[in-house]
Design a protein around this ligand. Structure first.
Ligand code: FAD
Length: 512
């Protein structure tokens, strides 16, 4: 086996025929899964559409055993790396492996790997690390149950979001998805398969959560569940002033459970008729229109929308208006600029899938997405609004600009995620869409614009962290992790000492 791997890497350096060699490897490893030759191209691309590299092979492991064999085999070679690929929805090549093995984690997901377990009166779903959250939802609903903490879009994998954090409008209450799993099965960079939790192999458990794929490959996760509601009242209200928007958003996320909405998000939009970035993005159904004459006379070129949702059961339908009105009465949005619809819980959670279908129909789903996501401290968010939203981005980003508050106390500081200081911080998501067939120069220009925003924040003492970070130098990674850098490096030494895993994050170099 070692001889095979040595040959692969050397021969491949000379641009030989990798497919035959990979076939030899996989035969020698006696994998239950398969190697996909034709689709290796897929493994060299991601949603960002900015980077592409050529992997040696795209392997479809059938379970943790296969994953372990592949990692062990890589460790016996001088320079082979292994990247778990969830659904490839990263922006900057984080799930890629240049001339390494890319593992299609979705091939681990089989219906029979899903089960619901009840432990000490609470319900959990055991799910594959490669399962899409939309499938987890579907399966849990069959039991009348649902995970508590989501992402906005559900065609993402469990292992992929847990390697970052997984945030959405429920995070203020339940914490990110990393705060809502209690046990993982992980294949480390040494190829060991371990079960870990807060009490068993706890260092591995907390390392892997938010660990950017650096310490192990998540093959199974135990996700905390709660009873599923039937319906959702989905609401959008408009603000002309950032101060009013943040006051109300922060008020809602700091209320106790039962005294607020179940979901709180927000976004910035342009005060114009642009269908992708302006006022038409606010109404929730085709029969609703945004009447700009309702806006205060001195409204600026940028406006804010608070997006809210309240869950209910069909039997609670008669009282939902009262519940919603008593919450909305406490808010200071622009009168009459309120939009609402009632949708099923599933339709609400799958709302971005509809946007995906539209984007696909308009050919903009496949074009590059130079997205920038960050966490900005409450103490600097007003300055951020003045400089970034009202100035640098006053013409929008071709897609949504999300901004909503989160609470640090709902995050576990033992995980590998790093956050700004202070209890309240904001998720800022610049979800840029580019026109079909966008050429490289435009993408480079947008990437540069993102860098200027980050540069502005760094040079002006804004307390922020990139979410789904992307850096090129060790210096930048050190700055990103701050006083957690030593811990991150130590974790790497413990669990992936040869730096085999997730090379696309570009944090560590493979050690021969
Ligand atoms: P990939 O992009 O394939 O992988 C991400 C990283 O995790 C890579 O380094 C990879 O090697 C590693 N990895 C993948 N699987 C595993 C595993 N099983 N074990 C260990 N490491 C693994 N994020 C949010 O938090 N909230 C949102 O609302 C949200 N909305 C999004 C909407 C869209 C349309 C898109 C494209 C992305 C969104 N994201 C959101 C970002 C998303 O969380 C990341 O893209 C994340 O990486 C998950 O995507 P993925 O499953 O495709 O993982």
């Amino acid at each position: 086996m070692i001889a095979y791997l040595g040959r692969i890497v050397h021969e491949n350096d000379a641009e030989s025929r990798p497919d035959d060699d990979v076939l030899s490897i996989c035969n020698a490893l006696d994998l239950q899964g398969s190697v996909e030759y034709g689709s290796a191209d897929v493994a060299g691309k991601d949603f960002g559409g900015i980077h592409s590299v050529k992997p040696l092979a795209f392997v479809k492991p059938s379970g943790a055993d296969d994953v372990s064999r592949l990692v062990k085999a890589a460790s016996r070679s001088p320079n082979l790396t292994v990247a778990a690929r969830g659904n490839g929805h990263s922006i900057n090549g984080q799930a890629m492996a240049n001339r390494g093995l890319v593992l299609d984690m979705r091939s681990l997901d089989h219906q029979d790997r899903f089960r619901v377990v009840r432990i000490n009166g609470s319900d959990y779903a055991d799910v594959s690390g490669g399962a899409l959250w939309e499938d987890v939802l579907k399966r849990c609903l069959e039991f009348g149950l649902t995970p508590r903490s989501w992402t906005d879009y559900l065609s993402l994998t469990v292992g992929g979001t847990l390697s970052n954090a997984g945030v959405s409008g429920q995070t203020f209450r339940y914490g990110p998805q990393t705060s809502n799993v209690t046990e993982l099965e992980v294949v480390t960079g040494k190829g060991e398969t371990l079960v870990c939790s807060e009490t068993e192999n706890s260092d591995l458990f907390f390392s892997v959560l938010g660990g950017l794929g650096q310490f192990g490959i998540i093959t199974r996760a135990r996700v905390l569940l709660q009873p599923a509601p039937d319906m959702v009242r989905w609401i959008r209200v408009v603000y002309a002033e950032f101060e009013d928007f943040t006051r109300d958003a922060e008020f809602l996320v700091t209320q106790p459970e039962g005294k607020s909405f179940d979901y709180v998000e927000g976004f910035v939009f342009s005060n114009n008729d642009n269908p992708s970035t302006g006022r038409p993005t606010v109404p929730l159904s085709p029969d609703q229109t945004f009447n700009p004459s309702r806006l205060p006379p001195r409204s600026g070129s940028v406006l804010y929308c608070l997006e809210l949702a309240l869950h209910y059961r069909n039997t609670d339908r008669p009282s939902i208006d009262t519940a919603v009105n008593s919450l909305l009465r406490r808010l200071g949005f622009v009168e009459h600029l309120r939009f609402q619809v009632d949708v099923t819980y599933t339709d609400f959670l799958l709302r971005v899938k509809r946007a995906e279908e539209e984007a696909k129909a308009n050919d903009v789903w496949e074009s590059p997405h130079p997205w920038l996501n960050m966490f900005v401290s409450k103490s600097n968010v007003h300055e951020f609004d003045q400089v970034v939203f009202k100035n640098m981005l006053k013409d929008g980003v071709g897609g949504p600009m999300l901004i909503y508050p989160l609470l640090r106390s709902k995050w576990d500081n033992r995980t590998s995620v790093v956050l700004p200081e202070g209890e309240v911080f904001y998720l800022v998501g610049l979800l840029r869409f580019t026109p079909p067939q966008t050429k490289a120069p435009l993408v480079e220009k947008i990437v540069l614009e993102n860098r200027e925003i980050v540069q502005y924040c760094s040079s002006n003492g804004i307390d922020f962290k990139l979410y789904m970070p992307h850096y090129r130098s060790e210096e930048e990674w050190k700055r990103h992790f701050g006083n957690q850098w030593t811990r991150f490096v130590q974790r790497k030494a413990n669990f992936d000492p040869m730096a085999i895993l997730s090379p696309g994050q570009r944090i560590f170099s493979r050690i021969p």
